[in-house]
Ligand binder design. Structure first.
Ligand SMILES: Nc1ncnc2c1ncn2[C@@H]1O[C@H](COP(=O)(O)OP(=O)(O)O)[C@@H](O)[C@H]1O
Ligand SMILES: [Mg+2]
Length: 394
């Protein structure tokens, strides 16, 4: 996958003369140590990350951890103190005024938490605003604005005034405005944080739905770990201006790497986060013959296996003892034809409902071919107690 945005060793100190603070940070001093010694506020401390094209990339952290500073550095509303910001391999930090204007108008759109609509302009004019700045003709602007209002479900409200809209709808207008510009990178800074829980969930679902067809690169900033898990393909977690953990939602929950990150993961509903494919044991062929293919795990986790037809579809289950016998004799056992199977992308919460105590569950792909085995114990282990933290690091 290509990288849309790459950030390399980015620092931001809120001062005109960051040299001394940078020296301290590079020597390993923290944000609070710099603040104490110099009275200067550190926004970002050596942040490096890379956002693949088409990703829904989450920046998560407590209030004051530097998320907005990072967002604002990317289109240079904040001037970085050191480091590089590569947008499609071009360093934004070296752009002149004209180049910067181009980036802000055409390549990166921002959606903020408190989205300011022009109160005296109709909804559709608000959406057109960015296009007007870009010099798009009135007719084209209108057509494009109607299109994106339709996309965010506000077509009916195009000619209303902003004050007639609810908070959630106004936020949708903000999203429509960002989408209208055709910028392929979207930065959403706490874009849903001020919304009521219900409308917020609705907007999250809407964004996921939109993203399937838009395929933009989205940098989504939130202080809500649940939101990050729900939306993110990757999550970067910030603390005190530093990036302390980065990875897929699942990997972060499995291995937080620090108490700070573990604290966020404690409330997570693991049964919804993990799917069958992420927990299953893969199986190997033990014996194959004209009557079928016997698959089991004869090394790592001995246990029941499956007899499959020539298309790798399940005919039935076979016990561990029968697998051993078949291995010695080379003969296929007669399978127990009662079995349960689930698709690899089934959430564990849904698998759990189908679990019987001792029966193995077959995990199958879209075509119904067996790809692994799942047992109740594995499911419980994954959704149950949290592993020891501390011992593992990033
Ligand atoms: N313009 C500014 N001048 C001085 N300090 C600032 C400025 N903007 C942000 N900060 C400080 O930078 C740190 C990070 O802030 P911010 O990026 O807004 O955090 P977040 O978005 O994660 O809540 C905080 O300590 C904040 O007080
Ligand atoms: Mg912020």
């Amino acid at each position: 996958m290509t990288e849309r945005l790459k950030i390399e060793h980015l620092y931001k100190v809120f001062t005109d003369r960051p040299a001394q603070a940078l020296t301290m940070l590079q020597a390993g001093k923290t944000k609070s140590e710099v603040q104490q010694a110099l009275g200067q506020v550190v926004g970002l401390d050596d942040v490096s990350l890379s956002v693949p094209s088409g990703a829904m990339y989450m920046i998560m952290g407590l209030s004051g951890s530097g998320k907005s500073t990072l967002a604002r550095c990317i289109n240079r509303l904040n001037e970085p103190s050191a480091g590089k910001i590569l947008l499609d391999d071009e360093d934004i930090c070296t752009l002149d005024e004209a180049g910067l204007r181009e980036v802000r108008r055409k390549r990166i759109s921002m959606v903020f938490q408190h989205f300011a609509l022009l109160p005296n302009r109709r909804v559709i004019e608000n959406v057109e605003f960015g296009l007007k700045l870009r010099g798009v003709s009135a007719k084209q602007r209108r057509a494009r604005a109607e299109e994106v209002l339709n996309v965010v479900g506000l077509a009916r409200w195009a000619y209303h005034m902003p004050h007639e809209l609810s908070g959630g709808m106004r936020q949708r207008v903000g999203l429509a405005r960002a989408l209208a510009t055709d910028a392929d990178t979207l930065i959403m800074d706490e874009a849903f944080s001020a919304l009521d829980p219900l409308i917020r969930t609705e907007m999250q679902d809407e964004l996921l739905r939109l993203q399937r067809t838009l395929n933009k690169t989205i940098l989504f900033i939130t202080h809500d770990f649940q939101e990050a898990l729900k939306l993110g393909t990757r999550i970067a977690i910030m603390s005190e201006g530093r990036l302390v953990r980065e990875g897929t939602p699942q990997s972060i929950v499995l291995e937080p790497g620090s108490d700070y990150v573990a604290a966020f993961t404690r409330e997570v509903d693991r049964a919804r986060l993990f799917d069958a494919g992420s927990v299953m044991t893969s199986l190997v062929t033990v014996v194959s013959g004209p009557g079928g293919v016997l698959k089991g795990d004869v090394s790592g986790r001995p246990g029941p296996g499956f007899l499959l037809d020539s298309e790798e579809r399940i005919l039935g289950t076979v016990t561990a003892a029968e697998i051993e016998q078949a291995r010695d004799s080379g003969l296929l056992p007669r399978p127990d034809t009662r079995f349960t199977c689930v698709r690899a992308d089934t959430r564990l919460v849904d698998v759990a409902g189908r679990c019987t105590t001792d029966q193995a569950i077959g995990v199958v792909d879209d075509a119904g071919r067996l790809i692994g085995r799942l047992e109740a114990g594995q499911i419980l282990a994954r959704i149950g107690a949290h592993g020891a933290v501390g011992a593992r690091h990033v």
